[in-house]
Design a binder for this molecule. Structure first.
Ligand SMILES: C[S@@+](CC[C@H](N)C(=O)[O-])C[C@H]1O[C@@H](n2cnc3c(N)ncnc32)[C@H](O)[C@@H]1O
Length: 205
């Protein structure tokens, strides 16, 4: 689901970039460690701050990144031009990722999955494109935030079948992604999950 005007303003500004860089990304790095080279994917890259962080803070060699919104992809292209062929961008949908199976050492989600009506299919796609032993780093907004009257009045999100920390963690495990670390703030939360090294899907508990 595309952002409305209010959320675009909230996302495309230096304060949002600072929160992403100095709070969200650092917490995810502390939970899951850095990549030390390797090939990363960012789903829902917005204007490209996340890809910058994945290269600079997580130490990826290369980042592929896409967003449903062509306008966001154009902004990311301008921002990330200086990285040359270390970054590849396209317009696309996280429920049908345009990549071969087992392509990536890590996949990053900076707050996009709560925008997707069928969010479980995005998790299945993350599982598919990760290499065995690869990690999924996610920060996500929970139903408690999305259903707040102010959020409902200002922002546009799917309303059915949303998740809290426990539900998102269970869906990760159901997709075959083993949750190694997580943090629940109540309104939002952080997850680091690994595709089991043998690539075997774990049964749901
Ligand atoms: C809340 S913004 C976050 C943007 C960026 N990751 C950040 O942290 O600043 C959510 C982004 O997800 C994108 N998006 C929504 N649904 C998507 C989908 N199905 N596939 C890919 N991107 C999607 C939106 O266009 C938007 O750029």
């Amino acid at each position: 689901m595309l952002l409305n005007k209010a959320e675009k303003l909230l996302m495309n500004n230096p304060l949002r970039a600072a929160v992403q860089r100095y709070y969200e990304a650092r917490r995810l790095r502390d939970m899951g460690g850095v990549m030390n080279a390797g090939h990363a994917l960012e789903i829902g890259c917005g204007r490209g701050v996340g890809a910058e962080i994945i290269l600079e803070l997580f130490g990826a060699d290369r980042v592929d990144a896409f967003d449903l919104d062509e306008d966001m992809v154009r902004r990311a292209e301008a921002r990330l031009e200086r990285f040359g062929d270390r970054v590849r961008l396209w317009t696309g949908d996280a429920t049908a990722i345009q990549a071969e199976d087992e392509t990536y050492d890590a996949v990053f989600d900076f707050g996009i999955i709560h925008h997707i009506p069928d969010w479980r299919s995005a998790l299945r796609e993350v599982y598919r494109v990760l290499k065995p032993g690869g990690r999924f780093y996610a920060d996500e907004m929970f139903e408690r935030f999305l259903s707040h009257p102010v959020a409902r009045a200002l922002l546009n999100h799917p309303r059915e079948d949303r998740f809290d920390h426990a539900r998102f963690a269970k869906a990760l495990e159901d997709s075959g992604l083993h949750v190694e670390a997580s943090y629940d703030e109540g309104h939002f939360g952080f997850f680091v999950a690994m595709k089991t090294p043998d690539g075997v899907r774990r049964p749901a508990e």
